[in-house]
Design a protein around this ligand. Structure first.
Ligand SMILES: N[C@@H](Cc1ccc(O)cc1)C(=O)O
Length: 424
């Protein structure tokens, strides 16, 4: 009878800190912990790729499906053309054909996070399918009639934008999202919507709207905003957003992003994003407290998420690259793509024509600021070319030492790197 002690889905979500707000905590628990509930979460095509911030929603969707519920993943082919209002300012409309391209890409990106087999098989939906054909008259009669403007005006973002300006287009956004929930309720029996905490207004507007139309009841919850202890925005690295598309953020940079999580944040991230059992997460939390320098939690998180998003092979390559860079593995075994991606993160210095001597390379690649400093670093034994200690500042690296015929990895001390690429 040990099973009775097993945490329910709701217990697990609460323990992970994944529920910020909900329409009714007891009702939600009842539905999440019983039978199979059809739920949805929506993603607007506002860029060519999702980013790490979206993983909160994507992985929560995966979690609910693993617990037996049925996911509907919505891509906003219609809402993406309108724009969910943000506090900052009105959005510039993107061309329709660009949005269409992004819808397709985001759909493909979401697809592998859920399964299409079994009783609770996932379905991918696009709100353009029901919003596109609707006439203005139908929209105003059948949808608009259920929205009190006073309620719409009371929404935080709308209030914030009244002064600076908000178009009727963005003001109407919540009607479209609300109507999505209604359509999914009618078509698929959907009874739960979740989203990020910024979606609370749109989501509850949908819950009310469904009730006003005499359907439901339906439920909702939001996940918390992912924050960082240092107060900066989660999901950015020096190069901007950390995307899920490997052509926009290399798997190496993706891995490093998680590996660099602060000790103060990493335990929270594990609870949010990891599919490891609770005991393992608790062990990793203890490791963070007792042996922070080993970064076991960061490694576990980086490895798990890189595998989930980019696949096991890619993750193995990335780990090999990061170890090889730090002198704990063979640089020669890395593929040219992996090596280039890793060096792009550390800074890749291009050389045309002849390679200069080591001291000049160190300076040109930015690892030291002068030839004198370069000579000193070499004399102190703190400069490396492809993990071999440099001894002679005047030595020109042999052509045979170039990795894939064109790369060199320069290192100063233990942790400062730069790449060199010899062109044509
Ligand atoms: N408004 C959501 C996306 C979304 C779109 C349509 C929906 O029906 C649901 C969610 C966001 O900006 O993140």
């Amino acid at each position: 009878m040990t099973d009775s002690a097993a945490p329910t889905l709701t217990d697990d979500l609460l323990w992970r800190g994944l529920i910020q707000d909900s329409t009714d905590a007891d009702e939600l628990r009842k539905h999440l912990d019983a039978g199979s509930l059809t739920y949805y979460v929506g993603f607007d095509p506002t860029a060519a790729s999702l980013h790490v911030g979206h993983l909160m929603q994507v992985l929560t969707a995966r979690r609910l499906q693993q617990a037996g519920h049925r996911p509907l993943l919505l891509v906003g082919g219609a809402t993406g053309q309108i724009g969910d209002p943000r506090e900052s300012a009105e959005r510039t409309l993107n061309p329709v054909d660009v949005i269409e391209g992004w819808v397709q890409r985001i759909r493909d990106q979401l697809a592998p996070f859920v399964t299409y087999e079994g009783d609770n098989a996932a379905t991918l939906v696009n709100n353009l399918d029901w919003t596109g054909p609707m006439s203005v008259v139908d929209f105003l009669r059948d949808v608009g009639k259920h929205f009190p403007v006073s309620r719409m005006l009371a929404r935080e973002v709308v209030k914030a934008r009244l002064e600076s300006g908000i178009s009727f287009t963005e003001f109407s956004y919540q009607l479209l999202q609300s109507h999505d929930y209604y359509e999914l309720h009618q078509r698929h029996g959907c009874r739960l919507q979740f989203g990020g905490s910024d979606q609370w207004g749109n989501i509850t507007a949908g819950v009310d709207y469904i009730r006003r139309r005499g359907a439901g009841p339906v439920h909702a919850f939001t996940t918390p905003l992912v924050t960082k202890a240092d107060g900066t925005k989660f999901g950015k690295s020096e190069g901007g957003s950390v995307w899920l598309d490997p052509a926009m953020t290399s798997p190496y940079a993706f891995y490093q992003f998680w590996l660099n999580s602060d000790d103060k944040d990493v335990n929270r991230y594990l609870r949010y994003f990891s599919f490891r059992p609770r005991e393992e997460i608790t062990e990793l939390e203890t490791a963070t407290a007792e042996k922070p320098a080993a970064r076991l939690a960061q490694r576990a998180l980086a490895e798990e998420l890189t595998t989930l998003v980019h696949g096991a092979d890619e993750c193995a390559q990335v780990i090999a690259a990061s170890q090889a860079l730090f002198g704990r593995g063979s640089l020669a075994e890395l593929s040219a793509d992996t090596l280039r991606a890793a060096l792009a993160e550390t800074g890749l210095h291009e050389v045309r024509g002849e390679l200069p001597p080591v001291a000049a390379l160190l300076r040109d690649a930015g690892l030291v600021s002068s030839m004198n400093e370069a000579r000193r670093a070499i004399a102190d034994g703190g400069a490396y070319v492809n993990n071999e200690r440099a001894t002679d500042p005047e030595e020109v690296p042999a052509a045979s030492s170039l990795l894939h015929g064109r790369f060199l990895v320069l290192r100063r001390g233990k942790r400062t790197f730069a790449g060199v690429e010899l062109l044509g």
